[in-house]
Design a binder for this molecule. Structure first.
Ligand SMILES: *Cc1c(COP(=O)(O)O)cnc(C)c1O
Length: 447
């Protein structure tokens, strides 16, 4: 679990940090090390009650361990504990945040933009939809029926009407359904999800942009989970087509704490037009939003924010630049290939029926049972059996008709079917697919 080199690297980094303050009168904070040690043993014991998220045998929810460089940089910065709300609370880390955000923007082909880090995808989407609402007051927000549930909630918080858009059998927003909503003249913003959380399906962005242009709607891309996949080279053509036009949307949300190797507490919102900074309350002139003096606290709804997140992200992006063909991109390809491999092997299984072919690294699979109730019970039994064998999966509840596309003989004696879901977001998963399938087969024979 722990590579001892990490602790060495942290000690060396802290020694280097301390050199920067060597001119001050000596001062070492004191604390009761024995009592602290006792509490730390206690907390370590409590923390044992977790699924092993860092291990490739964890093939369930969307959890990816932070890279060592992120973990160490984050920990190191806690000895300074900068606050990226204001420059005098986090001078260096604010500069690092601006550089990280500029690099994320360049990944989407944006050279001028307004953006900052957030506590996560929820806060980032909240800011994007808040700006959307300011530009189209009272108008609807529409998003996929498979979009993250946060969009319904955020619209409610913002007092904006929300309407879900039906998805096709691939789990993508149906352009005809979007157009019907646009024709009412009530829609202000279309949320395109590039990689929905449940299925990993990518909304057809090229068609969405065309419709938005025709009807004068804004387009926000929720790429909290999928935002880095434009760097990959193993995308299917239809999926790649959506990522290729990401630069044309009005705003993007990407979560470095999902696929970007960061500890939790690191989301990002980006606006193509820096001028939307005028909606945040501030006292500065308007040329300021693209200037070097930009004060991050004036373009963020959250005030105090961890400078540590920016430090960790900057370190990670130094080591693994956001470029096609680079190490980071190759890791994304490993995840894509792992998902394709698992999907293919499950297609050959007599017990399992995978649903749509994965677009990113999520595989959803049902148990091939005669009816919906039976399939759901079997899925829950496989989930428990696999956990006993140290393979950790996730479950997803899907409308019975969405499952019957792939299992047409299944009797629809319930409204929903419990399916199994594996997010293969660790590059190591590529080498563990055979092991995962072996345990799945063992559990299916025991049913
Ligand atoms: C995870 C996710 C969110 C929510 O982000 P948090 O970081 O959990 O707050 C929103 N949209 C999508 C597509 C996501 O995958």
């Amino acid at each position: 679990m722990i590579n001892p080199a990490e602790l060495e690297l942290l000690r060396d980094a802290l020694a280097k940090l301390a050199q920067g303050f060597a001119g001050l009168p000596p001062y070492t904070p004191d604390f009761d090390t024995e009592a602290t040690a006792r509490v730390l043993q206690l907390v370590a014991e409590r923390m044992q009650d977790n699924y092993p998220y860092y291990h490739p045998r964890y093939a369930g929810q969307m959890l990816k361990p932070p890279h060592a460089v992120a973990r160490i940089a984050y920990a190191m910065s806690l000895w300074v504990n900068p606050n990226n709300h204001a420059l005098d609370g986090g001078r260096a880390s604010s500069a690092l945040e601006k550089e990280c955000v500029a690099d994320l923007g360049r990944m989407y082909g944006w050279d001028t933009l307004l953006g900052h880090l957030t506590g996560g995808g929820t806060m980032a989407n909240l800011e994007a939809l808040w700006v959307a609402g300011r530009l189209h007051p009272g108008k609807q927000i529409i998003a996929s029926a498979q979009a993250h549930y946060t969009h319904t909630r955020i619209s409610d918080v913002l007092g904006l009407p929300f309407a879900p858009v039906a998805v096709d059998e691939q789990g993508r927003m149906n352009p005809k359904a979007i157009e019907q909503l646009l024709q009412t003249g009530e829609v202000g913003t279309i949320v395109a999800t590039l990689g929905n959380t449940g299925l990993g399906a990518v909304d057809p962005l090229a068609e969405i942009l065309e419709l938005a242009k025709h009807y004068g709607a804004r387009v926000h891309a929720d790429a909290a989970y999928g935002g880095y996949f434009g760097l990959a080279s193993e995308l299917r053509d239809d999926t790649k087509a959506a990522f290729d036009c990401l630069s044309e949307v009005d705003s993007i949300v990407v979560d470095p704490h999902k696929h970007g190797l960061q500890p939790y507490g690191c989301g990002c919102v980006l606006f193509r037009d820096p001028d939307v900074g005028r909606f945040y309350k501030h006292d500065s002139p308007f040329t300021y939003f693209s200037s070097a003096e930009l004060h991050l606290g004036e373009i963020s709804l959250e005030c105090s924010r961890p400078g540590a997140s920016a430090v960790a992200l900057w370190a990670t992006q130094q080591l693994y630049p956001l470029v096609s063909g680079g190490q980071f991109a190759q890791w994304l390809d490993q995840s894509l290939l792992a998902a394709q491999d698992l999907w293919r092997q499950l297609c050959d299984s007599e017990w399992y029926q995978p649903l749509m072919q994965p677009e990113l690294d999520i595989v959803v699979y049902a148990i091939a049972a005669p009816d919906a109730v039976d399939a759901s019970q079997c899925a829950r039994r496989v989930f428990a059996c696999a956990a006993e064998k140290d393979l950790h999966l996730a479950m997803i509840e899907l409308p019975v008709e969405a499952v019957r596309v792939w299992l047409p003989e299944m009797t629809a004696n319930a409204e929903t079917v419990t399916c199994l879901r594996s997010v293969l977001m660790k590059p190591e998963h590529r080498d563990w697919v055979a092991d995962i399938v072996r345990i799945l087969e063992e559990c299916a024979t025991d049913l």
